[in-house]
Design a protein around this ligand. Structure first.
Ligand code: ZN
Ligand code: ZN
Length: 338
């Protein structure tokens, strides 16, 4: 079988001799149609921080069920599917309270287990989600990143008409803008330095786009009160520190972007004086995954403008090099597998 093998940081290989997965009774075999390349794949490629080496990468995918294990009850051969790639333990405190993204013992497809940048992937039945007829395979591969944005907006508690600042117009930022609109947010202000991504933000429903050089202008667009909600999809020290400056007194900050290294926090006192609520969000629950498919099915979200390139499996190693450069114009790169 063909697939993308994560050998070590800065070294992934296109292989043609990988073994086809063998099913356990509760698993199904999916013939992969499309698989996206995620920021977290690139982060691991560069630092080795998130994914295990020695696995097939890829966790954002769609495909057809072509084989089912003996104990599989609900999924039939031929079903068009995507999957929640999280593999929680199902037994811990968080799992039994439908907070599987906080599972104390979680694994993941394309993270600790073989993923979908390959011709076939095996998936446990309970991780599969059927794709409605009006969702294409390309869109199906976008459900996973969209679930991240959906969960962030759900957890932020934003109310009808409240304004929001979204920092970063990459995949997650552009999806967050759209979910905010679906949730009835008021004015949406986006901070983004790259011109092509600024245009994309307006195309998908942002009201105002500002270059990071113009942080101070946010005040003008929020009636000099500050933002009701801030969503930081970038999470570098500068953006993290700025969130506390631009949020209103009593406002909310939601961190979606990942930041690993220690850094200096500025203006901690503001957090108290302004009564700011801060929360981090990670991944999503299985219920959110279902909600996300409904949003797509009802055409509340348009993921198509985010797909900037479709490549072949053998082109993936070269694309990882491009995507790990600081300045590139790609948003979501999908791999068409078959
Ligand atoms: Zn992802
Ligand atoms: Zn658990």
């Amino acid at each position: 079988m063909k697939g993308i093998y994560f050998k070590e940081p800065h070294n992934i290989e296109f292989k043609t001799d990988l073994s086809k997965p063998e099913l356990k009774p509760d698993e199904v075999l999916v013939k992969v149609k499309y698989c996206g390349i995620c920021g977290s794949d690139i982060e691991s490629y560069e630092t080795g921080a998130l994914m295990l080496t020695g696995i097939i990468l890829g966790h954002e995918f769609s495909g057809d069920v072509i084989e089912v294990g003996d104990k599989v009850k609900k999924i039939k051969i031929g079903t068009r599917v995507t999957a929640n790639p999280n593999l929680p333990c199902g037994k811990c405190y968080w799992c039994i309270h439908d907070q599987e993204n906080m599972c104390k013992d979680s694994y993941g497809l394309g993270l600790t287990h073989n993923g979908a940048l390959a011709e076939y992937i095996k998936v446990k039945e309970d991780r599969l989600h059927k794709l409605p007829d009006n969702i294409s395979y390309e869109e199906g591969a976008m459900v996973e990143p969209l679930a991240v944005a959906t969960y962030a907006v759900q957890e932020s508690g934003i109310k009808l008409g409240e304004n929001a600042v979204v920092i970063g117009a990459g995949t997650i930022g552009l999806l967050t803008i759209q979910v905010l609109n679906a949730a009835g947010a008021g004015k949406i202000i986006v901070i983004e330095p790259v011109e092509s991504k600024q245009k994309k933000a307006l195309e998908v429903g942002a009201d105002v786009v500002l270059n990071p050089k113009n942080w101070s202008k946010i005040s003008k667009f929020t009636k000099k009160i500050g933002a009701d909600h801030v969503f930081d999809c970038v999470a570098i020290p500068q953006t993290i520190n700025n969130t506390m400056k631009i949020v209103k007194k009593g406002g909310h900050i939601t961190f979606i972007g990942i930041h690993v290294e220690p850094f200096q926090v500025e203006g901690f006192l503001q957090l108290l004086l302004k009564n700011i609520s801060i929360r981090g969000v990670f991944s999503y629950t299985n219920d959110t995954f279902t909600d996300t498919i409904t949003l797509l099915e009802k055409r509340k979200i348009n993921v198509k403008p985010l797909i900037t390139k479709i490549i072949k499996l053998e082109e993936v190693p070269e694309m990882f090099k491009i995507l790990s450069q600081l300045e590139h114009e790609e948003i979501k790169v999908l791999t068409k597998i078959q």
